[in-house]
Design a protein around this ligand. Structure first.
Ligand code: ASP
Ligand code: MG
Length: 406
């Protein structure tokens, strides 16, 4: 059926002018003989009337403890409004479109409200609509449980809607329209020499996203990878081809295999935690410690453990809770919890097994006067904890060292 999934982010449907441009992209696909399935985010950004954050604030005004199920119902409205308006805009431009909620589009999820997982996509209704020549406009970021309760897929989840539908419909590609040119080698606000990447592998993008780059939602990338469906990330307002995300074997544009680092990501607002013992953490103390942290639903990152030292990082909004937990475990005087840290990561599928990457990272950070407080690594990344006040220089140091700039 030649299906293409086109996802429009919040800024790409924010006002009439943006929507007119989005409709042009949809109709262009039709003219090329393709069958578009449109996925939309809530209109605009925080502060705009129907943006997700604005809806959350509405609910917060009624009391601090939010009812998860009702919050999902409310948040889903942002995308519903967007889908109805965009369907109307397409129909007004002369092509029949049908707005659908996530549930109506067949997205069935579990009932973990706020972070629901897609269990299956029942694509029959979408297929019938496409076959009858209509353009489905699906509200992103949401699904429904088998009981019919509305769920949301986690913040940024409209990307996940797009790739999940693409896999279910065996689409030939996903296009993600946004307000940036594509995926950049680093955050351009910190490194003005950052440039757009032509192509990346799924793994590289998933790593960049997990490590702080606000590009495509990592879960969306993982789903696309399973179906081996290429994702094109591009700006609504330029003819620039944007960035292609695909597997190494099906890359439409060659990936330069001699590159060890593809991009630099960073995360701010971290608190660094160190806990010491005169005894041995392996004697049960580590189990009690990690159990208490998990019980408080605190996610930890860049974890280090030895018999006498445990170190990790948490989001700084959780620093006070963590202090309480450690005191509750009788560890007073044996720990430090310090805010003001950030994590910089060098990401590249090509670094696997290549000697000397860490040497270059430490050397570059030293050149810029950035001390390293902790590190962690995988096959495709090396991350370093630095002081938050030094993050811009840390990003620049690595960007320069791996010659990623223009
Ligand atoms: N509107 C939702 C959010 O802001 C989902 C999305 O835009 O992807 O998180
Ligand atoms: Mg997004």
């Amino acid at each position: 059926m030649n299906i293409v999934v086109q996802k429009f982010g919040g800024t790409s449907v924010a006002d009439h002018k943006d929507r007119r441009r989005a409709v042009q992209c949809v109709l262009q696909a039709v003219q090329q003989g393709e069958s578009p399935v449109v996925v939309v985010s809530a209109m605009g950004r925080s502060g705009d009337p129907y943006a997700t954050d604005t809806l959350v604030q509405l609910m917060q005004a009624e009391g601090d403890t939010l009812c998860e199920r009702e919050l999902d119902m409310l948040m889903a409205c942002g995308e519903l409004i967007s889908s109805a308006i965009v369907a109307q805009a397409i129909t007004a431009a002369g092509h029949r479109a049908v707005a659908l909620s996530g549930g109506q589009a067949g997205i069935i999820t579990d009932d973990s409200f706020g972070e629901a997982k897609i269990l299956e996509v029942r694509s029959q209704r979408l297929i019938e609509l496409i076959q009858s020549g209509r353009i489905p406009v699906v509200a992103g970021f949401q699904g429904a449980t088998l009981q019919g309760d509305i769920t949301t897929l986690g913040r940024g989840g409209s990307d996940t809607t797009a790739t999940a539908l693409a896999v279910a419909l065996k689409a030939k590609r996903v296009e993600i329209y946004t307000d940036v040119a594509g995926i950049m080698t680093a955050d351009p606000r910190l490194e003005p020499r950052a440039r757009r990447l032509d192509s990346l592998t799924y793994q590289e993008v998933a790593e960049l996203a997990h490590l702080g780059a606000k590009v495509v939602h990592p879960r969306a990338v993982e789903i696309a990878a399973e179906g081996d469906i290429p994702i094109y990330v591009r700006s609504l307002y330029s003819d620039d081809p944007g960035t292609v995300i695909a597997s190494r074997r099906s890359q439409p544009i060659p990936i330069y295999s001699d590159k060890v680092v593809t991009g630099i990501a960073h995360v701010s607002n971290l608190a660094h935690v160190e806990i010491y013992t005169d005894g041995d953490f392996n004697d049960g103390l580590a189990i009690r410690l990690f159990e208490a942290v998990a019980g408080a639903n605190i996610s930890i990152d860049v974890i280090y453990m030895s018999p006498t030292l445990i170190a990790f990082n948490v989001h700084d909004s959780q620093a006070d809770d963590l202090v309480e937990i450690l005191q509750g475990l009788g560890l007073s005087g044996q720990f430090t919890v310090e805010t003001g840290y950030a994590k910089v990561s060098a990401v590249g599928a090509g670094m696997r097994g290549v000697p000397g990457v860490m040497y270059r990272i430490v050397n570059a950070l030293h050149r810029y006067g950035c001390s390293v407080f902790q590190t962690t690594d995988s096959h495709a990344n090396i991350s370093c904890l630095v002081k938050e006040s030094r993050i811009q220089d840390a990003v620049r140091a690595l960007h320069e060292e791996f010659e990623l700039g223009m």
